[in-house]
Write a protein of this length. Structure first.
Length: 176
């Protein structure tokens, strides 16, 4: 019968080692995420996939808060983050820094995630939107492209923290 591994056996990075570890060339841009639990989950997922940074925008709360920590479990201390008063500002800054900016959104002409192939020599900024309204249209207008997660059920969207996990996993697999 298989035995569950102990945390000590998982050989995870220490917070110090995480800071110097090679990162996936990805920044998450969180456009007006209202739930601090979703923000915390984004930090935890960003840590799990070892991405470069999170840009928190608009009404998105910033660490430290008890609600973010409840989901992040300390990842808010390992994943670098910046705050922008508006996601348009973040997108413009990231484009100046050489990132290709993609809205993860249901947009006319969007690429389906399973067909999108990220380039290994490209830095990506992935924009995820508000739980109800999605990515703001003015932010969509500034993006270099659009990626949609295919869905087959009756609902028209996934929870933003689930979307972040799905997309980062897909990028990790394709970039490795």
């Amino acid at each position: 019968m298989p035995r569950k591994l102990l945390n000590a056996e998982l050989k995870r990075l220490s917070p110090q080692a995480f800071k110097t570890a090679q990162k996936l060339p990805i920044v998450l841009v969180l456009d007006n995420i209202r739930s601090q639990h979703n923000i915390g989950a984004a930090f935890r997922t960003a840590d799990a996939f070892c991405i470069e940074q999170i840009s928190l925008c608009g009404i998105s709360a910033v660490p430290p808060t008890a609600e973010i920590h409840k989901s992040a479990l300390g990842a808010e201390d390992t994943v670098p983050w910046r705050y922008f008063s508006d996601a348009t500002e973040a997108v413009q800054q990231l484009r100046q820094e050489g990132y290709v900016v993609l809205a993860i959104e249901q947009v006319e002409g969007a690429s389906s995630l399973e067909q999108f192939i990220p380039h290994k020599d490209t830095k990506y900024a992935l924009v995820f939107g508000n739980e109800v309204r999605g990515v703001q249209q003015e932010v969509v207008d500034l993006c270099d492209g659009y990626v949609e997660i295919p869905q087959s059920g009756t609902k028209h969207s996934l929870n933003v923290s689930v979307s972040i996990g799905v997309v980062l996993w897909d990028f990790l697999v394709k970039l490795r």
